[in-house]
Ligand binder design. Sequence first.
Ligand code: OAD
Length: 238
Amino acid sequence: MEDKIAQLKEMIADSDNIVFFGGAGVSTESGIPDFRSVDGLYNQKWKYPPETILSRSFFERDPAEYYRFHREKLVIDGVKPNRAHLRLAQLEQEGKLKAVITQNIDGLHQAAGSKNVLELHGSILRAYCSRCRKPYPAEIINKGSGVPRCSCGGVIRPDIVLYEEPLDNDIVRSAISYIRNADILIIGGTSLNVYPAAGLINYYRGKKLVLINLSETPYDSYADLIIHEKIGEVFSRV
Ligand code: OAD
């Protein structure tokens, strides 16, 4: 572990073109459960599997049940950025990190001070009417009960990418460009199981692919440096 931390520290010191690609594991140390770990959302008991609840067709069919899940499982009061979010924001400020590309919808990178955050799956901190697209403050979906409705009668929805929905083209294009041109690509806290997001890392052409994840991933054999440790802990030491 010490060797690997020293290696990562040196790589970071030598680069001013680092890109970070992350997922739910980046926020577990802030108290937000991930999806696929044993205590993750997908292993908790719900009437339907979370992949089903988090899908477009389910949202349209049963928005009340969707919002029950959303408010109980996706919205967690009082969460704060952890050492991984904070160090990444600092690296951007130091001119070393070009972009954070995240699958997370919790807004914690921005809360930590990161400016260039590409949210592949959107954010629960934004909402809009599914009929007329009028924007709404997040409180309207994250607090209270029942199905929030727009003055036009449409259902107000979170600005997140549900299963069965495509990613935003501009965000994907921008993510590909950062990854393709990166000197170092650091991937962290993601099982790399969900496509198309996970597939974006295939655009990396460099020889400094760093993977920081508690468990193994399908991409471990491609990494130049693998650290199977808690990401907050790792970032607090580099
Ligand atoms: P997963 O839950 O699939 O993977 C999280 C990974 O982070 C796991 O491999 C854990 O081992 C690891 N992990 C957990 N805590 C960690 C820590 N402190 N340090 C390092 N690693 C840690 O989450 P994602 O890969 O983000 O999509 O899942 C991708 C997408 O699946 C999500 O964006 C969401 C979900 O369905 C949508 O909702 C569209």
